[in-house]
Design a protein around this ligand. Structure first.
Ligand code: GDP
Ligand code: MN
Length: 415
């Protein structure tokens, strides 16, 4: 999974969501009566060929071969290929399964591709962008759409924000039919396209709510050229991206089962197994904090003092000593970490427990990098004694008097 680059509240969605593959998202769309082309997920060239033979058995064979990875920009990277013959499907499958995909949304070394979608292709009259996500400023779920969908949508959004339309959804009623219809007209849809789009948007809004999604994106939603059967063309989804609220997965069994551990950052996965909330970032100061709010403010104060956090890590209100030790292992396993800041407020969590965990972790893995510890709250005096007693065995450790002092010390230590 690509490393997260920014820590902004508006981008918080990506840290608290579970992603799924396009082929899984297409199945959800189909289940919600949203038209998607027929297709198969395959993991071998042989199965890709079999899928192509099935899809081209009758009818004009436009097919599309698509890498299934949790990153966009596949089209421009050459990992979405529109082809016309079974041989071309074989060639595309060999290429995609044999090469790593590199796009602006992947790490520089790219992502390995082990699944493909081989689907019926469609002729495209126009490409529309349609998504639903939560607008945190407005505190509502919001439909976002653009008449200029497709692979250039990021550029459109950056250069001409007025080309992006947004329609807030009512918290209880959801999307209203008149809103969907207005949006259809605003997108320039005509004739029977309006009804098709309205139904589709209503179905998407319902699916978004019922599945506890945090993002439902169709880009592109296409209008196909007119035919005898469909004189105004058809409105069809040919790409889909869904994220789900992690905190709702307990009541979304079927969605939770779509989780693909291979697409996750290995450290984040390890942390999840230990019950820690951990997000890897690009900086060099490892952070071990209890409470998400305190973790956010710890990152802010590191930034304020000119440093850059290497991670977000919340060990939780009542983490066990083992979980804390595991947290240190995860932080210290990262070669980029040049210093560690521990910031604990002992409410439920007792400071002496953290202090003992620091000592235990140090004895196990060894702290070679500077370690700055700021503890406050329950049992803080006992904790200071534990640390003072261990100081000799932990030569790189310093204690801080308060959070500002801690941030200053750790930033100076890694500078
Ligand atoms: P992404 O680049 O990862 O978002 O992958 P998409 O599935 O959105 O595909 C990228 C682009 O490939 C689309 O915007 C289309 O222009 C084109 N494309 C994808 N599927 C088809 C298809 O079935 N027919 C045609 N003609 N073009 C397609
Ligand atoms: Mn797309």
């Amino acid at each position: 999974m690509p490393r997260s680059h920014t820590v902004a509240l508006s981008g918080l969605e990506q840290y608290t969501s579970m992603k799924i593959h396009e082929y899984q998202a297409r199945a959800l769309l189909a289940g919600a009566d949203i038209p998607v082309p027929d297709g198969d997920m395959v993991t071998t060239v042989q199965d890709a060929v079999a899928a192509a033979e099935r899809l081209s058995a009758d009818g004009p064979p436009v097919m599309v071969v698509k890498a299934q990875v949790h990153a966009g920009g596949r089209g421009k990277a050459g990992f979405v290929k529109v082809v016309r013959t079974v041989d071309e499907v074989r060639e595309a499958a060999e290429f995609m399964l044999g090469n790593r995909m590199v796009s602006p949304q992947t790490p520089p070394e790219g992502l390995e591709v082990d699944r493909l979608l081989v689907a019926a292709g469609v002729d495209i009259e126009r490409e529309i962008y349609l998504a639903i996500t939560t607008d945190r400023n407005r505190r509502t779920n919001t439909l976002i759409a653009s008449a200029e969908g497709g692979v250039e949508i990021e550029q459109v959004a950056a250069e001409r924000p007025d080309a992006i339309l947004s329609v807030p959804m009512h918290p209880l009623d959801g999307l209203c039919p008149f809103q969907a219809r207005d949006l259809a007209f605003a997108l320039g849809l005509q004739g029977r396209q309006v009804r098709q789009f309205t139904t589709l948007a209503m179905n998407l809004a319902r699916l978004f709510m019922e599945s506890d999604a945090s993002l439902a994106e169709i880009n592109p939603l296409v209008v196909t050229p007119a035919t005898d059967d469909a004189p105004d063309g058809q409105v069809i989804a040919i790409d889909a991206k869904f994220n789900f609220d992690d905190n709702a997965l307990f009541r979304q069994q079927a969605i939770a089962e779509l989780f693909d551990p291979k697409e996750e950052d290995p450290d984040e996965l390890r942390a999840r197994e230990a019950g820690l909330s951990f997000v890897a970032l690009d900086g060099d100061i490892g952070c071990l904090v209890n409470g998400a709010g305190l973790a956010m403010s710890t990152m802010d104060i590191i930034k304020l003092h000119g440093g850059a956090p290497a991670n977000f890590l919340d060990v939780g209100g009542d983490a066990s000593q083992e979980a804390v030790t595991e947290a240190f292992r995860i932080i210290l396993a990262e070669a980029s970490v040049k210093g560690v800041l521990v910031n604990i407020f002992g409410g439920i969590m007792q400071c002496d427990r953290i202090a003992r965990a620091i000592v235990a972790a140090a004895e196990e893995v060894g702290f070679e990098v500077p370690l700055v510890v700021r503890l406050e709250g329950t049992n803080v005096d006992a904790a200071r004694e534990v640390l003072a007693e261990a100081q000799e065995r932990l030569p790189t450790m310093r204690t801080a008097t308060d959070l500002g002092d801690a941030a200053r010390q750790v930033c100076a230590a890694v500078a």
